[in-house]
Write a protein that binds this ligand. Structure first.
Ligand code: SF4
Length: 484
């Protein structure tokens, strides 16, 4: 989608982990349909950062011999990895815990909402245990207490080196840090996940290398604040392949760029040193794609949000980035109806998006999050005005997005295939991140499979997606260029 409302429930269902694990079993030629292992149901809610936590928990459980099953009935215990970002996400998490309790009865809760143990226990006093976000060891310990480790491990040889992934084989999230040092007033993530803790640079690069060896061709670099990578360790020098590498976003990107994969940067906070990434995009080391949440354009609202920047300065930077790298795609998110936002300030935001001409934009109406500082701000915007502003924002951005996508018509792009169905293949170019952006429809194309890359000419566009036809010369060679 090019313009979307914030949807907190990017839910991984109970079946998803199982499907992924089953594919691994089949690849390894094992039949474990009648295995005697301890059986766990797993539900993962929330954002990609939470999904990575789920992958780590599942990897550990599988390493220990637990099986992951697709139904509440088959499970001896259910783990719910929750989201607590906004109130509707909290409600969804509580509902999911309730469903798991009703259907199964033995439930362990983990994830962001886990820090609000009292709130969970008030609604669901019978959950077996509650742990907080990225508390992998404690979740597994709680599982041991309620469902002892299997003596025989039927999956010993089935956990791949790169661990268990819940994404398709050809792309993977690479989480480079936990927590956040900022204190945006609308956000409670620092209180849930703590201050920034960067992973050692050698460890991150090793993981990227393992993912590549496992068939991943696109890395989605994520964290709460990707551009702050290494700040907490004063950009300490680590080692990788025997060479010194600093824990710094730029050096990390340079090294990731050597792996010959698509490297896509998400959640980049608009620090000045983001400018230094543009040359790496021109050199083809990282994709010319920046997911950079601006949140607002008006100086006063940004100050109230405790976010940096102002409209003029941001526009200057966007222009300079595009001048230096014309292929650059910018994705951003905004909040409308923040407490105290006046009609003039909202219109300033509309002027900003008209001028900035961003490619992909998500927008949501401000919703108070329990525990967030912004709740104490005066002059809350009435709900109907928030919704009206959201609609106006989306109307303006839809036109911009449609015009930006139209510019792709007649050009050729390298398209990575994500799925193939009766209608044809669906894929993405460098300009489209999975799950959040639009797609390329290649109707009638069936002789491809997920992960393949083909050149396609774009022949049609709407405000979200584009349609293309395979380029005649594509049969001859696929290379790593992104556009022609
Ligand atoms: S940068 Fe702001 S919005 Fe993002 S996680 Fe940190 S505090 Fe929250």
């Amino acid at each position: 989608m090019t313009v979307e409302k914030f949807i907190p429930n990017q839910t991984t269902t109970l079946e998803t982990p199982v499907k992924v694990l089953e594919a691994g079993r089949q690849q390894a030629g094992e039949n474990t349909s009648s295995n005697p292992a301890a059986k766990i149901g797993f539900v993962s809610l929330g954002c990609p950062k939470n999904l990575v936590d789920s992958e780590r928990i599942l990897t550990q459980l599988r390493t220990e011999g637990y099986d992951v099953v697709p139904t509440y009935n088959d499970a001896e215990l259910v783990i719910v990895n929750t989201c607590g970002f906004i109130d509707s996400a909290v409600q969804e998490s509580l509902d999911t815990i309730g469903e798991a309790l009703a259907e199964n009865g033995k439930v362990i809760v983990t994830g962001c909402l886990g820090i609000k143990e009292d709130e969970i226990r008030e609604v669901h006093p019978n959950v077996l245990a509650i742990t907080g976000p990225h508390a992998y060891e404690s979740v597994v310990e709680r599982v041991h207490e309620h469902l002892p480790k299997p003596v025989h491990n039927p999956f010993e040889h089935l956990v791949p080196d790169h661990g268990i992934k819940l994404t398709p084989r050809h792309y993977a999230y690479l989480k480079i840090s936990e927590g956040c040092n900022h204190r945006c007033t609308f956000c409670i993530i620092p209180s849930m996940r703590g201050d920034l803790v960067s992973r050692p640079v050698g460890e991150v690069l090793d993981e990227a290398k393992r993912l590549k060896a496992a068939g991943v061709s696109e890395l989605l670099v994520i964290s709460q604040d990707t551009s702050a990578y290494g700040v907490d360790v004063k950009h300490r020098t680590g080692f990788w392949n025997g060479m010194p590498v600093k824990a710094h976003m730029q050096q990390l990107c340079e090294k990731l760029g050597e792996l010959d994969m698509w490297v896509r940067l998400h959640y980049v906070y608009p620090y000045p040193h983001v400018d230094d990434l543009i040359p790496l995009m021109n050199e083809g080391r990282v994709l010319p794609y920046l997911d950079i949440p601006f949140q607002h354009a008006n100086k006063r609202i940004l100050r109230l949000m405790k976010r940096p920047g102002s409209a003029e300065r941001t526009i200057e930077r966007v222009k300079a980035w595009r001048e230096a790298c014309p292929e650059l795609i910018i994705r951003s998110t905004f909040i409308v109806g923040f407490p105290g936002e006046t009609e003039e300030e909202f219109e300033e935001l509309l002027d900003f998006i008209r001028e900035a001409q961003l490619d992909r934009v998500g927008c949501f109406a401000y919703s108070p999050v329990e525990g967030a500082k912004a709740n104490d701000l005066p002059d809350p915007v009435p709900e109907h005005i928030k919704q009206e502003r959201l609609a106006r924002f989306m109307e303006v951005q839809s036109e911009i997005s449609a015009a930006r996508l139209k510019q792709r018509i007649g050009k050729e792009y390298l398209v990575v295939i994500d799925s193939v169905d009766a209608e044809g293949a669906v894929g993405r170019t460098y300009a489209d991140a999975p799950e959040v952006d639009g797609v390329v429809h290649l109707n009638g194309v069936h002789d491809v499979k997920p992960g393949d890359r083909v050149w396609a000419e774009i022949i049609h566009a709407d405000q979200h997606d584009v349609w293309g036809v395979i380029s005649p010369e594509d049969d001859e060679a696929l290379d790593d260029e992104t556009t022609a």
